[in-house]
Ligand binder design. Structure first.
Ligand SMILES: NC(=O)c1ccc[n+]([C@@H]2O[C@H](COP(=O)([O-])OP(=O)(O)OC[C@H]3O[C@@H](n4cnc5c(N)ncnc54)[C@H](OP(=O)(O)O)[C@@H]3O)[C@@H](O)[C@H]2O)c1
Length: 358
């Protein structure tokens, strides 16, 4: 079979609104170097964070022009560079393309082929759908790390979380049930409550018509809640901190309430100094990129294989994504940030060969 030489890639020319700066381009298929594999991409998600990278509002910035999609994909190994023992051509794999911070830049995933470092490649069984496999390395890994490493929530303990209907939120609920942890789940829409209960959320608070702090006190009683994860920030994040028992800890891993703001001064969590000082509460952050940058590659792959086993063992179900071909990117991107958008938009590539120059 002749080596494919050109492929489609969705490339950002610089920072700006994604629909303005992204262009579909034809690029040469890259060649794998030492310790690298060439992956034929089958499916790759559009995460909100991918769009923030393009807007220049994320924790790292690539050199432009840059292929979009900085997180993850599933595909098959097409070619191997030297020093890639243990991997095989044809193998179906997940690539954790999240750039480590601090660390080197990695290839974007919104393209038909990419080269990936062997430390970021995990074989996955064919029983795992493309939709689940291409979403394995970011949200499920984040859920696992938040619950079991960052907070070490124990059986019978309460865990309070915001945006419970998000992909991460749904995975946190399932993982909590698996571990015997009880969850208090905050959502912004009444329409989401039943769904979260059906998924196994023990308690649901809807900020549309309920007071978060009062409801947490009613649910948890005098001993209160000591552990929380928040991806909304802003006033909701502050309410979460306020709702915690003295000595409690909230890990902030997202800022959904601030996503469309461009004024850095507005990207805040207005905490009460009294509660932080006199009740010695902790608010700290988690960022997967920094976790990859500070974790030994073998340990990171081990954590990723833990997630794969939870998903293939059906303890965790990743919500089904919604497929789009690469050329329908404006529609897919709009959907990513629409309220109540349902399945996460995924770029999918048909099986087949990339074009050739001659
Ligand atoms: N720090 C890290 O390393 C890390 C890793 C993974 C994910 N994250 C972050 O985790 C968050 C969730 O990601 P995801 O992929 O799971 O999201 P997702 O599946 O796209 O879901 C987004 C959810 O957030 C809710 N939401 C959006 N804006 C909101 C607001 N202003 N207030 C309250 N809820 C709001 C939506 O509610 P509706 O259903 O009502 O629309 C929806 O349930 C994102 O901020 C992401 O960047 C961070």
């Amino acid at each position: 079979m002749p080596t494919p030489r050109t492929m489609s890639a969705l490339v950002a020319q610089g920072t700006g609104e994604p629909s303005d700066v992204l262009r579909l381009e034809t690029r040469p298929v890259p060649a794998p170097g030492p310790g690298q594999a060439l992956i034929r991409v089958k499916a790759t998600p559009i995460h909100a964070s991918d769009l923030h990278v393009l807007r220049g509002r994320y924790g790292f910035s690539p050199d432009f022009p840059a292929v979009g999609g900085n997180m993850e994909c599933v595909g098959r190994i097409e070619a191997l560079g030297p020093d890639t023992g243990g991997l095989r051509i044809g193998e179906r794999v997940v690539v954790a393309a999240v750039p480590a911070v601090p660390g080197p830049a990695l290839a974007g995933t919104w393209q038909e082929y990419l080269v990936a470092d062997r430390h970021r490649i995990l074989p996955v069984p064919d029983s795992l759908s493309d939709s689940s496999a291409c979403q394995l390395a970011v949200n499920p890994l984040t859920a696992l790390l938040l619950v079991t490493r960052e907070l070490d929530v124990r059986q019978g303990e309460w865990l309070l979380q915001t945006a419970a209907g998000s992909t991460v939120g749904r995975l946190v609920i399932q993982l909590a049930r698996h571990l015997g942890v009880r969850t208090i789940n905050v959502v912004r829409r009444r329409g989401a409550v039943e769904e979260i209960e059906a998924l196994g959320g023990d308690e649901v608070i809807c900020t549309e018509d309920e007071d978060l702090v009062r409801r947490v006190a009613d649910i948890a009683g005098p001993s209160g809640v000591r552990k929380a994860v928040d991806c909304v920030a802003g006033p909701v994040g502050a309410q979460v901190s306020k709702a915690l028992a003295p000595g409690g800890e909230v890990v902030v891993y997202g800022a959904l309430s601030t996503h469309r703001q461009t004024d850095p001064a507005a990207l805040t969590i207005p905490l009460q100094a009294r509660s932080v000082i006199y009740e010695t509460k902790t608010v700290r952050g988690f960022w997967l990129n920094r976790w990859f940058g500070t974790t030994e590659p073998a340990d990171a792959l081990h954590a990723l294989s833990e997630v794969r086993d939870l998903v293939t063992g059906e303890a965790l179900t990743i919500p089904q994504g919604r497929p789009f071909p690469l050329d329908r990117f404006p529609e897919a991107i709009t959907l990513t940030e629409s309220p109540a958008h349902g399945g996460k938009p995924l770029f999918v590539f048909e099986d087949g060969q990339a074009g050739t120059d001659g």
